[in-house]
Design a protein around this ligand. Structure first.
Ligand SMILES: [Zn+2]
Length: 279
């Protein structure tokens, strides 16, 4: 690979990436995902892992093996696991999560992975999970403590993603602009604009542009306006995203965050290649 970490946002061949999503191709095994995306000319895969590192040890080591086999880089996206409440909202999970971030940082540097982590703000409740729920107030006060600790990871960049209001799926913070300002996130934090989430959101594009973060990552997908379906953007529905087209530049990490209608992915990739502009 030999890609320089500093440059991997701008020097990669087409700047089109994909995430592994449970319920996508993963039923066929993680290798099928790599094979599929390598055949579609992407540069890296965004790997969703449980926040608790130990829950995903095998998935990560398999991904590291496949990354070399298919010459793809990896961008890590830690998430709370469905059964265990690993979220900044849960004060009891903080030490496990910070420990996991430490281990993920080592893996990133040992393997030349992209030194950014895509994060959602705190989850207050997981779907189909009655393990524990947190009120928004409680989630905010516990998370304030957690995010202070992120400053010790100053060699990593945290990229925070917009989500949708409670009631649609996962209940998480990050569905209103205020959530991004109250946490006093590390100074070098960046923003990941998720188009599917935006479509379900009360926030609009100008709210996001007003936040004091550089948009460095795009999660491109769409839906019917009611649930987070993760369907591909196509030439037909790209027009809904005029402002996104304008920021579709070579220096961004573009993730085709899709799990359905994979046959349409080729169209999205062609569209992006044709429309990407220099930053
Ligand atoms: Zn996303």
């Amino acid at each position: 690979m030999g890609k320089n970490l500093q440059k991997c946002g701008s020097s990669i061949k087409n700047n089109v990436k994909h995430t592994i999503m449970i319920g996508g191709l993963s039923n066929n095994g993680i290798e099928k995902e790599f094979e599929f995306w390598a055949a579609h000319d992407v540069d890296f895969i965004m790997l969703s892992v449980a926040y608790d590192f130990f829950l995903n040890r095998e998935k990560i080591s398999e991904a590291l093996r496949l990354k070399d086999k298919y010459s793809l880089n990896l961008l890590i996206h830690p998430r709370p696991d469905g059964n265990i409440f690993q979220t900044p909202a849960n004060i009891e999970a903080h030490s496990i999560m910070l420990d996991s971030l430490d281990k993920i940082r080592d893996i990133i540097y040992q393997n030349g992975l992209i030194n950014k982590l895509i994060l959602h703000l705190s989850s207050c409740r997981l779907p189909g999970n009655n393990f524990r729920t947190f009120s928004e107030e409680e989630a905010i006060s516990n998370s304030l403590l957690f995010y202070k600790h992120l400053r010790q990871f100053d060699d990593l960049t945290f990229v925070f993603e917009n989500v949708y209001p409670p009631g649609i799926g996962w209940e998480e913070l990050g569905y209103v602009p205020e959530h991004f300002s109250i946490f006093n996130l590390p100074k070098n934090s960046e923003f990941c604009l998720d188009t599917g989430h935006l479509k379900l959101s009360t926030m609009n594009m100008s709210d996001i542009f007003r936040l004091p973060y550089k948009i460095t990552c795009l999660h491109l997908h769409s839906n019917n306006g009611r649930s987070d379906q993760h369907i591909p953007l196509t030439r037909q529905n790209f027009h809904e995203w005029r402002e996104v087209e304008e920021i579709l530049t070579y220096d961004k990490y573009i993730v085709l965050e899709v799990k359905n209608e994979l046959d349409k992915v080729k169209n999205t990739i062609e569209y992006i290649k044709k429309n990407q502009i220099a930053p």
